[in-house]
Structure formats: C-alpha cells, structure tokens
Design a protein around this ligand. Structure first.
Ligand SMILES: Nc1ncnc2c1ncn2[C@@H]1O[C@H](COP(=O)(O)OP(=O)(O)OP(=O)(O)O)[C@@H](O)[C@H]1O
Ligand SMILES: [Mg+2]
Length: 442
C-alpha cells in the first residue's frame, strides 16, 4: 500500500505544491491548514509521515510536534521552513522532528527527504545507554551521548566540534551506527589531507578520459557515500570555494561526475568535524556561514578531558583492559592531576603503554611517564627550544628521515595536538599537515 502523508501548512499554495509532487509519486496525501486540524486528522486516520510548516496561526509546528511526541511518538515528522530560521530548526529536532526542508524544496530534495523519513526508526526510550563506546559519567559526556542519540534518530546533518583527541570521530561513527543509515557506508574524508586541485574529481568522481590521467572511472566520495554517512574531518582545511560547491550538493542532492552527461541524485548524510571554533572561522571567513548553518542541524560540542576530569579514572580503567589489575591509588591520582593537551587519545596511549610495561599487574606511578606532584606534565612536554628535540635525532640518516622523525617526536610529545606540534616545530599548521601527509604520518 502507498504511504500516507499528512501535510500541515497555512499557505495553501505551499501544500498544493507538495501534494502535486507526492501524489505523482504514488503517495496518498491529505492537507490541513494548522496544527489543530492536523491533530483532528491524526485522531481519525492513520498516517506514515507528517510534513509540517513551522510558523502557522493557531497551533504552530513546534506545538504540533510536542503533541506528536506525546500521542504518536513513532510518527516521523519533516518540518518546512520559509528561511533558515535556525533557532526553530534546532528546537524542532529536539522535539523529535526527523529533518527540515527549506521552502520551496526541489522535487528531488523533497523525495529524498520523504523516503528517508519513512525509513527512520525510532530508538528505544532509554537512549543514552545505547552509546556505550562513549565512556564517562560526567554531565558533560552524558549530554554528548544524548545528542548523539538525537542526531542518530533525526536525519539532519551534524557538526561535531572539540579539541584534538576528544572523540569527534568516535561520535561520528556512533551516529552512523545508530542511524537509519547504518546499513549504508560510513565514508571518512580528511579535508586536510586532500590535495585541493583534485577536489572535483574526489567529491564528484569522474569518467574515464575526462581529463589527462583519468585512466578509469572514479566513483567519487558523494556517490560512494550514497545511502550512508560522509564524514568530513578537519573541515577547517576545506577552501571556501569548495565549501560553496559542497553546499550546492547538500541543497540539491545532485552530483555530476567530471565528463558525465547527466547528474545523479545522491542521498548522503553529512557529519563534519573540526577542532576549531566555528564562530571564529566564520569571522575569519575561512568557514562559510551558509555551509555552517546547513551542517549544524545538530551541533555536538565535545568537552576537553580537563573539563571532565572526574571521568579520568573510569577512562583509564577502560583503556587498561579487562585482564590487568587496575591502578595503584598514586597512579590514578597522578593521572587525574595531569594536564591532557591530547585529551582522551593521549590518555589512551599512555595507559596502553603503561599496561604493556606492567603486564597483568597493577599499573603504578613508575609505569607512567608522569610525576606524582599535582599539576605535573605527562610525557616529556616539549620545551620551546627545538634544539633539545633534535639532540636525540638518529645520526647518519637523510634530512627527510630526520624531519619525519622530528615531526613524529613532536606529535607524540604534544599528545597529537597539531596546533601545539606546529608551534614547537615553528611551522604553521598547514605546513605540518602537508608534511604529515608527505611522510605518511598518522
Ligand atoms: N568518551 C570516550 N570514551 C572512550 N574512548 C574515547 C572517548 N573519546 C575518545 N575516545 C578514544 O580516544 C581516541 C581519540 O578519539 P577520536 O579519534 O574520535 O578523536 P578526535 O576528536 O577525532 O581527534 P582529532 O581532532 O585529533 O582527529 C580514540 O581512540 C577514541 O576511541
Ligand atoms: Mg579525528
């Protein structure tokens, strides 16, 4: 049987536009002019999807959503908005809406959103228990788990921000795992490692022979991620011109590979991550505001480890593994007092290293490269003098080898924090990024 869709909009021309397209596709459609009428229709008929305007007289779309959650919590809802009234959208997602469409939505965008909303699946009611990979009990990380679940249940794009090693990729993968796209691919793409000249071909793909060197067809990231999630890591490294092209794809869902005659509609969910502050990037004009607002259907801000230091013992036990005997009290105390510029990643590396030394036994202070005194630094925190670093360099090796070695050392010392590593090496972040790619340093 065809799916039944209830449209709610006070603007008749808007609902007729949707009805026309949807009926042509074989959906059965009913239109109502406001939330009150919609509730009456819902009481007396059954529907598979509600598409509702947000701003309407009598009962608006947000109030309608609240009623839906109460009475028909499994009913997927898509919201319509005349502009990018971002505030409304965030609220709508919190109230359980699956996604939103900016009016007037083009036919392909509408149909993709409808089809995806019909496949959305409600999550069980104790949601944050379903994200066990995010270890921690503090309020800060609990809120993150809530947002992961909210993001997974909805169909909006997601922006994940947080310092290096705080768990951005972990969050992106958890969203994919819990979402309706879990059967589809998870395609990670690091914007900092991609050569800028290849952007078009990398994202859109190309046909064989479309340019010199294009020896075979290339699918491209967007088509590769069709039906799944495209994870745009280190978004801060994407040039503004590319951001504009990406935004166009997000808005119309169409992809035309280089050298192809026709474009294809793709259905991709975007999760973007950055360790910079989006507000700052927009001020500097390195992040396009329109792209940011499109990507942050939900924004998830990861706390630093320092902001949730009460979680350190729990995380430490988690990383030290089941087999061992845990930690001595002094070791735990020292871990809690140490600064963690590399956040959870740095803690994980240190604990795993200590576990290797301690074997099955308890991990003591001596197994950790930190001192007992509170406020002491973990690892050999780099001085600002690069000569100290280089004094240990392997002799008789090529300059390239030495450079690669110095970068790896500095990265380890800074717990993987690239900003600090770049400072220590006295190069800028983009140079560091380029050299890391060149030397294949992870
Ligand atoms: N809450 C957490 N619970 C358990 N493990 C975590 C948590 N947060 C992060 N980790 C672990 O820490 C490591 C770093 O996480 P991840 O790669 O997701 O960080 P990131 O924010 O993407 O860092 P970067 O900005 O450097 O790319 C991973 O091994 C991840 O599994
Ligand atoms: Mg990452």
């Amino acid at each position: 049987m065809s799916s039944r869709i209830l449209i709610v909009d006070d603007e008749e021309s808007a609902s007729e536009y949707l009805r026309l397209i949807l009926e042509e596709e074989g959906f059965s459609v009913r239109t109502t002019a406001n939330g009150v009428e919609a509730l009456i229709a819902l009481e007396t008929n059954s529907f598979d999807l509600v598409i509702s305007d947000i701003r309407m007289p009598q009962m608006d779309g947000l109030e309608l959503l609240a009623h839906l959650q109460q009475r028909w919590p499994e009913m997927p809802a898509l919201m319509l908005t005349a502009n990018d009234g971002v505030g409304d959208i965030v609220e709508a997602i919190q109230l359980g809406a699956i996604n939103y469409l900016v009016k007037p939505a083009s036919r392909p965008v509408l149909l993709v959103a409808v089809e995806r909303a019909l496949r959305a699946r409600p999550l069980e009611s104790a949601p944050d228990a379903s994200v066990p990979e995010l270890v921690g009990e503090t309020a800060a990380i609990t809120e993150v788990r809530h947002r992961v679940v909210m993001a997974a249940r909805s169909d909006v794009h997601v922006m994940v921000t947080g310092d290096t090693g705080t768990g951005k990729e972990l969050v992106a993968r958890a969203i994919h795992r819990l979402s309706a796209q879990s059967e589809g691919p998870f395609v990670p793409h690091n914007c900092a490692l991609a050569p800028a000249e290849l952007f078009e071909s990398e994202f859109f793909g190309h046909r064989r022979g479309s340019f010199t060197g294009a020896e075979r067809d290339h699918v491209g990231l967007l088509r590769q991620a069709h039906g799944g999630v495209l994870f745009l890591d280190e978004l801060e490294a994407m040039p503004a011109a590319h951001q504009a092209k990406l935004l166009r794809v997000i808005d119309d869902g169409e992809v035309r590979p280089l050298g192809a005659e026709k474009s294809e509609v793709v259905s991709v969910r975007f999760v973007a991550a950055t360790n910079r502050d989006p507000a700052l990037m927009m001020e500097e004009r390195t992040l396009r505001e329109d792209l940011y607002y499109r990507l942050r259907g939900i924004e998830i801000v990861l706390p630093t480890l320092e902001e949730r230091s009460e979680d350190i013992p729990r995380l430490a036990r988690h990383f030290s593994g089941e087999s061992g005997l845990g930690f001595t009290p002094e070791a735990l105390e020292a871990l809690c007092a140490a600064p963690w510029p590399g956040n959870v990643r740095q803690l994980r590396n240190m604990v795993q290293g200590a576990r290797a030394i301690a074997g099955e036994g308890r991990i003591g202070l001596a197994d950790l490269p930190i001192q007992a005194a509170p406020g002491s630094a973990p690892g050999s925190v780099p001085g600002s003098d690069p000569a100290i670093l280089l004094s240990d360099a392997p002799r008789g090796t090529s300059l390239r080898e030495v450079e690669r070695w110095a970068i790896k050392q500095a990265l380890a010392d800074c717990g993987g924090n690239r900003t600090r590593t770049a400072e220590v090496l006295e190069i800028d972040r983009s140079t560091l990024r380029r050299k890391m790619a060149e030397y294949e340093i992870e």
